[in-house]
Design a protein around this ligand. Structure first.
Ligand code: HEM
Length: 235
């Protein structure tokens, strides 16, 4: 099948799954921003997106997107490496055309996934997973807090270490998205001279918007803990 066997097919899969993941991030970032405006409304959304069938379908779909995106990234990176070795960007980089992000997309991706496992432990494991476990008769975690996302956010970011960890993670995501959005739109056909600069600009705007939504939450709840004197180094 051309999607798997040809280089352009694999890039196409990377682009489609990448854009779907960016849309998830836009949704997730906007949803989290609600926690700043109204913790009650945020918890209502968490309740709506608990362990219901549609939320579970979304979770499985999301996991599939991440697996596809990562697997194809691995294959593409491996084939680039085999074809051209470590110096594959030498000609272009001497003309100053290759950014830090474009040279390090796979490494950035691995870092992002590493931090994401920690993030899933911080939230998903204590929320949706606890609900699923209880529905199946298990007794893990605190069910009364399973849809209290606002509580978990305020406790996590009351810890300055976690604020720094999340800001580093968001920095890696910003770099990854600036090149990723550009690359996806380029692969999907916006690759003429006029659009070359425009999609670079679109990539930067989308990456910055997505990341700022998350950064605002970290700074708001981290700052609130400092102002209220509730900073704590619990893990
Ligand atoms: C300030 C930053 C963030 C906060 C406060 C936050 C908050 C949350 C919360 C509360 C949940 C649990 C929802 C539930 O299970 O009901 C969650 C799940 C999740 N988050 Fe985040 N998140 C943040 C950043 C991110 C980022 C940057 C990514 C991806 C790179 C991400 C990916 C996910 C994923 C994949 C899930 C599981 C979704 C699912 O179960 O379908 N989050 N997040």
């Amino acid at each position: 099948m051309w999607l798997i066997n040809s280089s352009i097919g694999r890039k196409f899969v990377m682009s489609i799954t990448g854009i779907a993941l960016v849309l998830f991030l836009l949704f997730h970032g906007t949803m989290n921003f609600v926690a700043i405006l109204s913790p009650e409304s945020y918890n209502a959304i968490c309740h709506f997106l608990g362990a219901n069938w549609y939320a579970l379908v979304g979770t499985v779909g999301l996991a599939l997107l991440v697996v596809l995106h990562f697997t194809f990234a691995f294959i593409l990176t491996w084939q680039n490496y085999k074809a051209r070795g470590r110096d594959r960007y030498d000609v272009a980089s001497s003309r100053g055309e290759v950014s830090f992000a474009s040279k390090n997309m796979f490494v950035l991706g691995v870092i992002i996934i590493g931090f994401m496992l920690l993030h899933l432990y911080n939230f998903w494991f204590k929320m949706q997973f606890v609900e699923i476990a209880h529905k199946m008769g298990g007794d893990i975690g605190d069910l009364s807090l399973a849809t209290d996302g606002a509580y978990y956010i305020s406790v996590l970011f009351a810890n300055p270490v976690y604020c720094v960890i999340y800001l580093i993670w968001l920095g890696a995501i910003w770099y990854h998205l600036t090149h990723g959005v550009w690359s996806a739109l380029h692969t999907l056909g916006l690759n003429n001279k006029i659009w070359f600069g425009r999609i670079k600009c679109i990539g930067n705007i989308v990456a910055t918007l997505v990341v700022l939504l998350f950064v605002a939450v970290v700074l708001h709840f981290g700052g609130q803990a400092i102002m209220n004197g509730t900073t704590a180094y619990v893990w």
